[in-house]
Design a protein around this ligand. Structure first.
Ligand SMILES: Nc1ncnc2c1ncn2[C@@H]1O[C@H](COP(=O)(O)OP(=O)(O)OP(=O)(O)O)[C@@H](O)[C@H]1O
Ligand SMILES: [Mg+2]
Length: 264
């Protein structure tokens, strides 16, 4: 494993699961991330909130190196992900699961095959075991009787849950969720919150969860980061978040249309 370098120092309990250091990203003239630095602690559920277009998905994609930083580094379990060779990157990604905002399922595969895909690629389990594993993961997200359907034949909420089942298929140590509850009804949203909490308690997963859903954030977060105009506006406990007197934060948390953030 690569050793941490520069100003990065491992915490008392060892190497952080995720450490973001001075992360910069622009698209053309638009600078989306302006030197972000923060650490996600072992076993915590770290929630990222912020308005639409503030760079939340872009940030998460950097953690998996689905995007390359202009400057800065993301250390995943001490490994500088921007600098890894393909092989090392591949090995590290096996320990990570990602739930994409747009589900990003394989359209030509059934629901079951979508979930089984990583198991077939990365394990030596028998076909029978793979099917059992995949069914178990689908059951965990409350999906039954849809395994033979294709993504085009199920609802948006169901796709979301297949995406979660796929992300947890290899029992990852790190889970990245991009708006896991968006588009789900309140009952399903609560079920996904419960699932995120269960993954944390049963599997000791470290998670980053992006959400717009303040109720969900308050329920699942150990800490919350509020991203605003490419910078960290707040990083702290959910309690401190709701008690903050920052007008930008308070407008966002309360969902008000009047205030410093402005509307369309
Ligand atoms: N591949 C890309 N090429 C160019 N611009 C991009 C790309 N990806 C994202 N952007 C821009 O970066 C900004 C941040 O996008 P991002 O998807 O991270 O927003 P977000 O905070 O996730 O918003 P939402 O809550 O709506 O999902 C947006 O202005 C977006 O247009
Ligand atoms: Mg997004």
């Amino acid at each position: 494993m690569a050793v941490l370098k520069g100003s990065v120092t491992p915490g008392e309990k060892g190497i952080s699961p995720i450490l973001v250091e001075n992360l910069w990203k622009s698209f053309g003239k638009q600078t989306v991330l302006k030197g972000l630095s923060f650490e996600v602690r072992t076993g915590e559920t770290f929630v990222v909130i912020g308005g639409s277009g503030q760079g939340k998905s872009v940030l998460l994609k950097h953690v998996m190196r689905l995007m390359k930083a202009d400057r800065g580094e993301v250390y995943v379990q001490g490994n500088p992900i921007m600098s890894l060779e393909q092989r090392e990157l591949y090995d590290l990604r096996r320990k990570m699961g990602m739930v994409f905002q747009e589900s990003a399922l394989f359209d030509s595969m059934t629901v079951l095959d979508n979930v089984a895909f990583a198991l077939r690629m990365h394990t030596s389990l028998s076909e029978k075991e793979i099917v059992m594993e995949a069914r178990e993961k689908l059951a965990m997200v409350g999906l039954r009787d849809v395994e033979k359907k294709f993504p085009s034949e199920i609802s948006g909420g169901m796709k979301k849950r297949v995406g979660i089942a796929r992300a947890i298929a290899l029992a990852p140590e790190i889970l990245l969720y991009d708006e896991p509850t968006t588009g789900l009804d309140p009952v399903l949203s609560s079920a996904i919150d419960e699932l995120i909490l269960k993954m944390q308690s049963d599997l000791s997963v470290t998670s980053i969860v992006i959400t717009h859903d303040m109720k969900s954030a308050m329920k699942i977060a150990n800490r919350v980061l509020f991203l605003f105009q490419g910078e960290i506006r707040f990083l702290g406990s959910p309690q401190d978040l709701v008690e903050s007197d920052d007008p930008v934060l308070s407008q966002f948390v309360k969902g008000e249309t009047q205030g410093p953030i402005g509307t369309l």
